[in-house]
Design a protein. Sequence first.
Length: 132
Amino acid sequence: MIVRDLNAAEKTDRRVVSETWESTRLLLKNDAMGFSMHVTTIYEGTITPMWYRNHLEAVLCVEGEGEIETMDDGKVHAIRPGVIYALDKHDKHVLRARTRMRMVCVFNPPLHGKEVHGPDGAYPLEAEEVTA
Ligand code: 9YT
């Protein structure tokens, strides 16, 4: 069994900080679960365009408020605690955070650990591994 504490993980390389968000990656590829699981904080008032063309991602909002827009059809959905969205079609999307938001995110295939968005908003399939 794997047991990990978010508070402890935040003090290690599992915490990755980007411009509009930070994410602590609690489960990664080397845990061999077939998915990775992260707790992500989106900073208040930010706009983050993303396009996970190499991954599927499901996101559960547990704190804060914002909205998500799918770029192909311009549909906007309110995101608040208890709302989940799943990018089952590798949807190009933009997340606008009205307040600080906390999200639980699952990725398939799992992340290696150090991924940040490339210029296209995607993560590469290969990246530096975190072992801490
Ligand atoms: C909601 C979202 O996708 N935010 C970007 C960070 C990502 N969840 C991650 O790498 O954990």
